[in-house]
Design a protein around this ligand. Structure first.
Ligand SMILES: Nc1ncnc2c1ncn2[C@@H]1O[C@H](COP(=O)(O)OP(=O)(O)OP(=O)(O)O)[C@@H](O)[C@H]1O
Ligand SMILES: [Mg+2]
Length: 367
């Protein structure tokens, strides 16, 4: 088998990957799925496992699991899983290791010539160094880096032409973070312009909590005693409810109403898209204003953009398209369902991907 390359888009809730081999770039499948849950679980032997098997085991023992290792990696050095402290860099290594093992198996065990890791555009060199160290600990070769919005924009250029020198903006509402970036088309791809914006505390996780709040209010009115029992114990029914609420959130992107039935309830609770939108509209308005701010900071008005790319799973909430369309006066381009960041990362020519200097800069040197 010839040389091959691997790109990994390590996400807050899900991780995706792509492989370039034999002249083709394809999404990597994990047991038939294109998304691998980023969840990490501490097993009885003290080992860390990641992905679908980890998510299944976490159902019975949620206190042994970290559902959002990327967020944890940014916010703290260690977390408690069960009765043990675990370094967040080891959580990252567990996820990357799971992807790498799957990719190696697909490629017959030969090591790749190139590994590209995508990263939030606001991660600085210090964070990338820790990220690279986690990759090496997981057994990967030294990685190159491509910022997530660059990869997303490059992926789109397979579909439409953006002339050299023109600008595009990327609005990315993922699982754990929200990012806005203005990029300029260059000969080799795209480069971020100005200071990227966003909110590290806004993502699908927060939309889940907003919907959970609506469900909680409704449940407490309908059957107070049953609800009290459900939330007061460490009972796995809470984990199942949370999963069901995520499903309901996805359903509300397609339908005007849905139903959630917490365990022990005699009847389902009907939730409408309108009430979910009322709950989340302030955060979404703030995100659209954030995009405006990022553009204004580099002196661009909506009419100056060649395109606005909308990425991240959470941007499938229909209200976002409405708000963006109204603000910009033209329809945003919403990404398709493919792992576009991982696929796009492999289309970024090697000289445009970055390697991170391993040495710490001297005092006074710029990072
Ligand atoms: N149809 C949908 N409607 C609403 N939300 C959705 C839909 N599909 C997926 N999501 C949400 O998108 C989020 C995951 O998006 P994505 O895979 O882009 O994030 P990530 O890569 O894990 O996170 P990040 O990029 O922030 O690190 C989850 O919160 C998920 O519930
Ligand atoms: Mg992502």
């Amino acid at each position: 088998m010839g040389g091959w390359a691997l790109a990994i888009d390590f996400g807050t809730s899900c991780t995706t990957a792509a492989v370039a081999a034999d002249g083709r770039i394809e999404a990597l499948a994990f047991d038939g799925h294109r998304r691998l849950p980023s969840l990490v679980y501490l097993d009885d032997a003290g080992g860390l496992i990641a992905g679908r098997e980890a998510a299944r085991r976490a159902e019975a023992c949620p206190e042994r699991a970290e559902r959002t290792p990327k967020r944890a990696f940014v916010q703290k050095t260690a977390v408690r899983l069960g009765d043990r402290g675990v370094l967040t860099a080891d959580l990252v290594a567990a996820v990357l290791g799971e992807v790498y093992t799957t990719a190696l198996r697909r490629q017959g065990g030969t090591a790749p010539d190139r590994v590209v890791l995508t990263h939030p555009v606001r991660w600085k060199n210090a964070r990338l160094r820790l990220f690279a160290a986690a990759a090496l600990r997981a057994g990967l070769p030294e990685p190159e880096f491509v910022a997530e919005p660059v990869a997303a924009a490059v992926h789109r250029t397979g579909r439409e032409r953006i002339d050299w020198g023109r600008y595009v903006a990327v609005y990315d509402l993922g699982g754990g973070t929200f990012d806005t970036t203005v990029l300029r088309r260059t000969l080799g791809g795209f480069v971020p312009i100005g200071r990227p914006g966003g909110d590290e505390r806004l993502g699908g996780e927060d939309l889940d909590l907003a919907l959970l709040e609506i469900v909680g209010r409704r449940a407490a009115e309908a059957e107070p005693a049953v609800w009290e029992r459900l939330v007061s114990t460490g009972n796995p029914a809470r984990g199942r409810l949370r999963r069901d609420v995520v499903g309901a959130k996805h359903a509300l992107s397609e339908r005007l109403s849905t139903e959630v039935r917490p365990e022990g309830f005699a009847a389902g609770l009907r939730i409408t898209r309108a009430e979910f939108e009322r709950q989340i509209t302030p955060s979404l308005r703030h995100s659209v204003q954030g995009l405006r701010g990022t553009m204004e900071a580099v002196g661009l008005a909506p009419a100056d953009l060649a395109a606005l790319y909308v990425t991240g799973g959470s941007s499938r909430v229909p209200k976002i398209g409405d708000l963006l369309g109204r603000t910009l006066d033209y329809p945003p381009v919403v990404q398709d369902d493919s792992p576009c960041v991982a696929l796009g990362a492999l289309l970024v020519a090697r000289p445009h991907a970055r390697r991170v200097p391993w040495t710490v800069p001297r005092t006074g040197a710029r990072r």
